[in-house]
Design a protein around this ligand. Sequence first.
Ligand code: ADP
Ligand code: MG
Length: 579
Amino acid sequence: MVKRLARYIGEYKRETILTPVMMLGEVAMEVVVPLLMASMIDNGIELGNMGTVVSTGLMLIVCVLISLTFGILGARFGSKAAAGFSRNLTKGMYYNVQTFSFNNIDKFSTSSLVTRMTTDVNNVQMAFMMIIRVAARGPAMLIFATIMSFSVNPDIAVVFLIAIPILGGGLYFIIRKAHPIFERVFKTYDKLNNVVQENLRGIRVVKSFNREAHEEEKMGAISNTIYKDFVKAEKIVAFNTPLMQTSIYTCIILVSWIGGRMIVGGSMTTGQLMSMISYAGQILMSLMMLSFVLVMITIARASAERIDEVLSEKTDIQNPPHPIMTVKDGSIDFDHVNFSYKKTASKLCLNDINLHIPSGSTVGIIGGTGSAKSTLVQLVPRLYDPTVGSVKVGGLDTREYDIEALREAVAMVLQKNVLFSGTVKENLRWGNESATDEEIREVCKLAQADGFVSEMPEGYDTYIEQGGTNVSGGQKQRLCIARALLKKPKILILDDSTSAVDTKTDALIRQAFAEKIPDTTKLIIAQRISSVQEADMIIVMDDGKISTVGKHDELMKKSAIYREVYESQMKGGEEDGQN
Ligand SMILES: Nc1ncnc2c1ncn2[C@@H]1O[C@H](COP(=O)(O)OP(=O)(O)O)[C@@H](O)[C@H]1O
Ligand SMILES: [Mg+2]
């Protein structure tokens, strides 16, 4: 995983390598400082030799300046490398998500993808900066300071050798305890984001059902879990500081005590004792830094794993090696098609579907909710691949086409359709970027949208809010149909796309289709019999199977399901379906 993520360092390799190099330079200078201090005290001050005091003093200043420069450069390179790395990770994930098939998308919830692209990337960025800055600095300082202290006075340095393993062991114990809690915290973060997103997106529903209190409770419970877990983890991590402090002060007391006796005995100088105490401080520092890095890595490891999951997810719908770029006509064939969303599912979602739909025909699809109408039509633009059997468009298996070419030829208005924030015009141009204003007007007339769009304050330049909240359900549906028409598709699929449009307008749309785009194959999923009554062919779906196929009159005789639906809809007179 580390190797895969490391690829995303990309153009920031130079900074990534330079940072630890700078840090090493800084450490080297810092370690020399106590030595110079010792020499200044012993050879200068104690002997009253002002010349030595001044010259060592100057050397000290130079050392500190060099160390400072290295430190600043290291910090700059480090933050640049980390920021670049995190940008590359986000970009990588975003691009990969764009290649996802519907099947891949089903695996990750939107909120989890959002957390992964923001919080998780942030964690990794912080940890990465820590690692390149401190991971080299900490151990180097620890080793240098220990060696130097041995060179000054090996007898006293033994004290450090005893203290370091005790501290290291304590640290290891703390980290092992904290890691699982941090891991749990991030899983809960996903849940929190999920609740927040769902609530904000559905805030109108929440309000109309008076569910605010319930939603608040849900949110409160989850944030409380996070709070508790974090406190728990931090409590464990907080042991770090007292552990460090105790051992290091013990070290200093020991060093001073032994050193003091040695000075009295004449086997050690005051300067040397000073430098030993400084080294004790440096060893403390480096251990603190290391423990901090370890905590960061603990947090970031969970995040890195989640990022890696998104980056390494491979789209399961790919172009064939020699894709066919043009779709001949709008004919559709289903040949013994079975389909299920999950490979492990025990029940098939679509069961042995066989169909031949000639190019240019109008096909109605009727059936109860959950009878797999949407699933059936989603196989045509290859949003999913059939589990068994084949789906053909224009006489060729959909898997032989270039995916983009296929989806250009097959326009689909999804049941859960969306408009994006932007003007009406911009939204429609999703269907065809180079469409002229006349073309846009033309398709809107076909979809019976021209009327209400023209009446909007700024016509086609009216701004549509995110999620299309400032247009009604029926208007949104008509805009979505217009957007699909702008592609000039060979096959047009409407998945329950006129459910919120009144019957009269619905009829006008169908009439326009029949007159203006007679060569386009039209698949119309509908709840209302009136929407499909005049179709060349009506498919009645029942529980993942095709129950019957035929024209209206035949179905009235042959299909009990169809007759039932028809009668229930006729009973209340001409229902107007306005909602
Ligand atoms: N993305 C999905 N992942 C898993 N199961 C799904 C998915 N979409 C639909 N289903 C299931 O497939 C069945 C058919 O759904 P669908 O084709 O949407 O029916 P319809 O459009 O006729 O209402 C349902 O049982 C539904 O729960
Ligand atoms: Mg559906």
